[in-house]
Design a protein around this ligand. Structure first.
Ligand code: COA
Length: 326
């Protein structure tokens, strides 16, 4: 028994924000951003919400799989930028698409969220609790970054990607996943401050001038990604017994072209096996892997039987790699 990806979908806001547009209000340049990150533009939600993007991506994934919303057993939504803290995004999606029979809840594992959702769905399906799941990564990160902070805002964009998975003979083969909470403050965002008659936390946060925006130690995150991701990939390869030469595609979280190139070098693999779309979208956190997966799927670049490694990493710090037969 395994869990197979039967259909994919994605949704991206129509508004494009180019590096040149950022030059208009930030002390930055297209050349700096392209050289350090590989990012040329990102998309920003205007009328779209995390829920509307996620619901659209889910309906497309269901259509691709030839399934109806009422057939879905489980919805797992990965996000760090939901519209509401509660109800969760997955419940909002359930209502929006009419998946009335599905259990629904969120996973917060930041940029590794979609991967963790896939691994969780696989565990449920393998043990026989559910027969299928709709997994989705959706973000509107443009609302949680500080547009005056050139070291972070240039990196992120909005979008959603989804996959419908179900029990099958082959699909997910094995995975590794982990977390290092001790390094959590390398990439974080405090929840909005609340002043209560009792809380001393809000005052303490005020004193440290905590912004309420996403905060990041870029170099620490960079070092974490280029060491932890190759290690996770090596471990999952050992568990599956696959040779690197057998892997057809490495579909990695799209944070930064330099990170992906460095991972390819460390693995001794060809860069062309690492497709990228971050030039167009920037870092969409949990949405980046499923959006790329959907683009490759719809372009006919994934063939049934091919061997794929998915790998994500991000705030937490969380990381993982999953081996999948397409
Ligand atoms: N435009 C122009 N200059 C900028 C800039 C921008 N957008 N952002 C930062 N700088 C400046 C800094 O102020 C610094 O100037 P200084 O030398 O005068 O102090 C200089 O560029 C170098 O900054 P530094 O932070 O050392 O750059 P870097 O080479 O580490 O690149 C990142 C910065 C963020 C691109 C890089 O650290 C990175 O990609 N880290 C990983 C981040 C990530 O992927 N996070 C999400 C993971 S899920």
């Amino acid at each position: 028994m395994a869990t197979r990806i039967m259909g994919t979908g994605s949704a991206i806001p129509s508004r494009i924000v180019t590096n040149q547009e950022l030059e208009g209000f930030l002390d930055t340049s297209d050349a700096w951003i392209q050289e350090r990150t590989g990012i040329g533009s990102r998309h920003a939600a205007t009328t779209e919400t995390t829920t509307s993007l996620a619901a659209k991506a889910c309906l497309k994934a269901l259509e691709d799989a030839g399934k109806q919303p009422e057939e879905v057993d489980l919805i797992l939504a990965a996000t760090v930028s939901p519209d509401c803290t509660f109800p969760c995004l997955a419940c909002e999606i359930q209502a929006a698409i009419g998946a009335d029979h599905a259990t629904a809840y969120d996973i917060n594992a930041a940029c590794a969220g979609f991967l963790f959702a896939l691994n969780s769905a696989d565990a449920y399906i393998r043990c026989g609790m559910y027969r299928n799941a709709l997994i989705v990564g959706a973000e509107v990160l443009t609302k949680i970054v500080d547009w005056n902070d050139r070291s972070t805002c240039i990196l992120f964009g909005d979008g959603a990607g989804a996959a419908f998975v179900q029990e099958a003979e082959e699909g997910v083969v094995d995975m590794v996943q982990g977390a290092n909470g001790k390094k959590g403050m390398a990439l974080y965002r405090f929840e909005a401050r609340t002043n209560t008659p009792f809380s001393e936390v809000a005052a303490a946060m005020e004193e440290t001038k905590d912004s309420g925006y996403l905060e990041m130690n870029g170099q620490e995150v960079f070092r974490f990604a280029v060491s932890q991701v190759p290690d996770s990939i090596q471990k999952v390869l050992e568990r599956t017994g696959w040779e690197k030469s057998e892997v057809d595609h490495y579909i990695l979280h799209q944070a930064n072209a330099r990170i992906i190139q460095s991972i390819a070098r460390r693995l001794g693999e060809l860069e062309e096996k690492f497709p990228m779309n971050l030039h167009q979208y920037g870092n969409m956190s949990s949405a980046s892997i499923p959006v790329l997966l959907d683009e490759l799927n719809r372009a006919g670049k994934l063939k049934r039987g091919e061997k794929i490694i998915l790998s994500g990493f991000g705030a937490g710090l969380t990381y993982g790699a999953t081996a999948v037969i397409w």
